[in-house]
Write a protein that binds this ligand. Structure first.
Ligand SMILES: [Zn+2]
Length: 348
């Protein structure tokens, strides 16, 4: 008897390109949302885009998020309970978007994602990543009702945020390999559609790496489209699997071991050089991952990440302790082997 079922949640509208921030009001209208929004943002994006956002709505309220934390989520929920918004508008980078996503989930209202930096795939996905103490929680929530990504704003963001978004996408390559490995060895549910879409997204980004240059609005266009595509892959899969394998576990460990040193996407990118080596060996595709990262100015070494060799090795040897997700690192890598692979691949 056939008993499978799935519920795929996707953004209903994605507006992407030059000047689309001014279409935010129309995009919200199109979702049949009419009431008061609560704009969840942080200081810099609020200065850059807050007024342009607010002027498109009647009586908007604003909550300023200084950091992504459970405390910040609580604060947004408290503000929302006081102003009773019909929906949340998350304006900014990872911090306000992750915070608004979790708060919206708790409040039972929708949210619209208005990224001001193309720095990671959380701008589109239903996953929220919130640090707590020395760990980071990945929480499942609904994806945004709409995404409004203005390439003019994205292109003005610091260049390293864009290269971090690129590196996050490039790391999909090994995430999909880990997912397939988990299917083979642990019979983990695997979606051919989501796996193929995620892999193709990484390949297209690498193929377009020449057009990814600082100051070019087209770079933001390419990266933002890739982030949307990666987010759709996660929605189809109903998990972060298509975009998060062992390389993300290493990145999460680096968040704990060397907090605040490097951007999420950069960490995942460097780690994916190693995990690709572990998947494919010396003759595998690790060089093409490294070269793709280098060609867009993303880090390819521990030093470029701003972490010590010892910190990187610790992240690599402890990544398997994090969570119950089968990957190439699940058996654990001992220190000697970790040093060897990191040396082979030029990371340390
Ligand atoms: Zn990521």
């Amino acid at each position: 008897m056939f008993e499978k079922s799935t519920w795929i949640k996707l953004p209903r509208s994605v507006l992407l390109g030059h000047g689309v921030l001014d279409d935010l009001g129309a995009a919200v209208d199109d979702l049949y949302l009419s009431g008061r929004p609560l704009v969840v943002t942080s200081p810099t994006p609020n200065d850059l885009a807050g007024d342009r956002v607010r002027e498109q709505f009647d009586d908007p309220a604003t909550a300023i998020v200084e950091e992504a934390s459970f405390g910040a989520v609580e604060d947004v929920i408290e503000t929302a309970e006081a102003v009773d918004p019909e929906f949340l508008l998350a304006v900014g980078g990872g911090k306000p978007i992750d915070t608004a996503k979790m708060a919206a989930d708790h409040l039972g209202v929708g949210f619209v994602s208005v990224p001001t930096a193309a720095s990671h795939d959380g701008i589109v996905s239903g996953r929220s990543s919130i640090p707590e103490g020395d760990t980071r929680h990945s929480v499942a929530a609904d994806p945004p009702l709409a995404v409004v990504a203005d390439t003019e704003l994205l292109a003005d963001a610091p260049w390293e945020l864009t290269t971090a978004g690129c590196a996050d996408i490039i790391s999909n390559h090994t995430a999909v390999k880990d997912w397939r490995l988990a299917r083979r060895l642990r019979n983990v549910e695997y979606s051919e559609y989501a796996g193929a879409l995620s892999q193709m997204t990484a390949e297209l980004l690498v193929a377009n790496a020449d057009s990814i240059k600082p100051g070019l609005e087209e770079s933001s266009w390419i990266v933002a489209k890739a982030l949307v595509s990666s987010g759709v892959a996660m929605s189809i899969a109903g998990s972060s699997r298509p975009a998060s394998g062992a390389e993300h576990l290493v990145s999460h460990q680096l968040d704990r071991i060397a907090p605040g040193k490097a951007l999420h996407g950069h960490q995942a990118g460097v780690a994916s050089i190693v995990t690709e080596y572990l998947h494919g060996g010396e003759d595998g595709e690790w060089r093409s991952i490294r070269d793709a990262l280098a060609s867009i100015d993303a880090p390819t070494t521990a030093e470029e990440l701003g972490v010590t060799d010892a910190e990187f090795i610790e992240a690599l040897t402890t990544a398997h302790e994090i969570r119950d997700r089968y990957t190439i690192l699940s058996g654990g890598v001992n220190e000697e082997a970790a040093v060897q692979v990191a040396t082979e691949t030029g990371i340390i």
